[in-house]
Ligand binder design. Structure first.
Ligand code: ZN
Length: 161
């Protein structure tokens, strides 16, 4: 096991701290269940900041994970690239957090689980029904491969005459 960093979120924001690291996808148990394989890793940078007395965490996530294409059911390499800003809320502000707000709010915590937060953000960003691009998809490629074979046979037949 690895140590999961815990931060005092409001102090982290007030002091403008930054934390970064890399985590193996295989260590993200909830996320692995949604993936085709547990290969890959996610790099994260979490920065704290305060604006107008409000506290924020900025998340910058990048990496690779493997989804399952909903067309051919084969492995689909999915690049993760997320930049999000979360407002730290506590007490009444948390209750008043408007879901339609442009900025997501999370509960301020003295022991905020950074890895849990990273995992949550990546899960929220995953496409509901991932598919390979046309031409890359195994199913589409197999189809055109057969077509090529037919043309190849036709060409051979022509050569015989
Ligand atoms: Zn596919």
């Amino acid at each position: 096991m690895f140590a999961r960093p815990l931060i005092d979120s409001l102090e982290f924001a007030r002091k403008g701290r930054t934390l970064n690291g890399e985590i193996a996808v295989s260590d993200l148990a909830r996320m692995v269940e949604l993936l085709a394989s547990s290969e890959g890793s996610i790099r994260y940078t979490v920065s704290g900041m305060q604006v107008d007395g409000k506290s924020f965490l900025l998340l910058d996530l990048s990496g690779i994970c493997h989804l399952r294409c909903q067309r051919c059911l084969d492995d689909l390499t999915y690049p993760v690239g997320i930049a999000s800003r979360l407002q730290l809320l506590e007490g009444e502000d948390l209750l008043q957090d408007d879901e339609s707000d442009e900025i997501d709010g999370i509960e301020a915590s003295r022991e905020l689980d950074v890895i849990g937060l990273v995992e949550e953000e990546v899960i929220l960003s995953l496409p509901f029904a991932p598919r390979h691009d046309e031409g890359v998809c195994e199913l589409a490629t197999k189809g055109s491969g057969k077509a090529d074979d037919r043309f190849g046979m036709l060409a051979q037949l022509k050569n015989k005459f």
